[in-house]
Write a protein that binds this ligand. Structure first.
Ligand SMILES: [Mn+2]
Length: 442
């Protein structure tokens, strides 16, 4: 039968997917069965689901983007054999939900050797584990309850494939970098559009709609719920109610990024809604900007991962002393382990890896403990220091002058042998650039 319907457009060549698979397989022992499940649709309410997004590991290994599938590979025959177990075609379901590609499509069009119905997996699994060469299972646990239970019910122990895959995912290929540049550029333009549309009294949700409308009109989507906080709301790290109006004289902090071919961008900009920083806002903004630049400069090949956080921390701690917010020595402000009193106003990390997940694998976020990572060419990360002076805090001193100010500045950085490259460079962050943009679209 001729195939009718939507094609599954793969962002990478079969060669690139196959070479990722080979690199993974070369690290696994003989007698292995590897199972990488993708997730199911998640219910939002009654018969309505959340927008589906496939598991990042299956996207990385073969690009399969439908729900309820397994990437399975084994070397029981002495050679690696890869299969996709996917949903069967089902006309009644397809009338409501659209074309289901099915096992035959998977076998013929995806970078795998065979395609089967997911309904066959249980029988095949029993054959795998009864095979004379079978020794061990690697399974991405927590993604598919049925697979987890099958392993448990057969008294098997599943090893995690994460540390092998994570160390691969941390280093982006040329094609991945190309996609991430596109993701970064769309997010830059969305932030610029929001600045141009800004005016005193604009609502947070209005700015959110400008940002996310731009994502959608570029066949993209947010990579994480957008944070749009005016005034005191900017001091709430994961604020995303986005319902208040932003008053004249307040700053707005927008932390929003999109996803292209599964790859996230993650940008934060903070700007005065009326187009002019007050002197106090400017003092905090310039300090955060200096810390951000120092952190970016620290992203050098061979430097330990923690060095960019230490660089931003030093600038922020000294600045807090210079502004009279902290009354102590630099050593006291930083503390013995970068956990001193400056952390009262800068509570998060300076950045994280970026990729298929917005908080991507690597940089201390691996499932398994590895050695302290070192900056290497091809890594992509965020750099995002901030300072927050919530007016309602009583646990620490909040100077009246800075009360209600929250500032974060976040860029996406590619590590290269020639130093850090700012992928989000086209989004302005200098005070004069920002001031001349705000309201320019009216
Ligand atoms: Mn971030």
């Amino acid at each position: 039968m001729e195939y009718i319907g939507e094609d599954m457009k793969l962002p990478f060549s079969h060669d690139e997917f196959r070479s990722r698979q080979s690199k993974l397989f070369s690290q696994l022992p003989e007698g292995t069965v590897l199972i990488i499940p993708t997730n199911s649709k998640k219910q939002r309410s009654n018969d309505t689901n959340y927008r589906f997004r496939a598991n990042s590991y299956i996207l990385y290994l073969c690009g399969w983007s439908e729900p309820d599938a397994l990437f399975v590979s084994d070397n029981l025959s002495g050679e690696w054999n890869t299969s996709l177990y996917v949903r069967e075609k089902d006309t009644k379901k397809e009338i409501w939900e659209g074309i289901i590609l099915g096992p035959e499509y998977a076998a013929n069009n995806l970078p795998v050797d065979s395609g089967y119905s997911i309904n066959c997996f249980e029988d095949d699994f029993m054959q795998y584990i009864q095979h004379e060469k079978f020794k061990l299972i690697f399974n991405l646990a927590g993604e598919n309850e049925f697979v987890d239970k099958l392993i448990y019910d057969n008294d098997l122990y599943a090893n995690s494939p994460r540390r092998f895959l994570d160390s691969m995912r941390v280093i982006k290929s040329d094609k991945e970098i190309e996609i991430m540049k596109k993701s970064a550029e769309i997010a830059c333009q969305a932030h610029i559009l929001a600045m141009k549309s800004g005016f005193s009294g604009i609502s947070e949700c209005h700015l959110q709609s400008i940002i996310e409308g731009y994502f959608i009109s570029n066949r993209s989507h947010w990579a994480y719920p957008s944070i749009v906080g005016g005034g005191d709301n900017a001091t709430i790290l994961h604020y995303n109610k986005n319902l208040d109006d932003i008053d004249d004289g307040e700053l707005v902090l927008i932390d929003a990024g999109c996803e292209i071919e599964g790859y996230a961008s993650d940008i934060t900009r903070t700007w005065p809604v009326n187009g002019k920083f007050t002197k106090a806002q400017r003092e905090i903004y310039e300090l955060v900007l200096a810390a951000e630049k120092a952190a970016i400069e620290a992203c050098q090949v061979g430097a330990p991962w923690k060095s960019f956080h230490e660089a931003s921390s030093r600038v922020l701690a000294q600045g807090l002393i210079d502004l009279g917010i902290l009354d102590c020595t630099l050593h006291e402000a930083l503390g013995d382990d970068f956990n001193g009193s400056y952390r009262n106003y800068f509570m998060h990390g300076t950045g994280h890896m970026l990729g298929l997940d917005v908080h991507d694998v690597g940089g201390g976020r691996q499932g398994d403990d590895g050695p302290d990572p070192v900056f290497s060419p091809g890594m992509v990360l965020t750099v995002e220091p901030g300072l927050y002076f919530a007016s309602w805090r009583t646990d620490v001193s909040i100077p009246e002058r800075y009360s209600g100010i929250g500032v974060r500045i976040e860029d996406n950085i590619l590590i290269t042998d020639n130093g850090p490259v700012v992928l989000t460079e086209s989004c302005p962050k200098e005070i004069n650039e920002i001031e001349s943009l705000i309201g320019a679209g009216e």
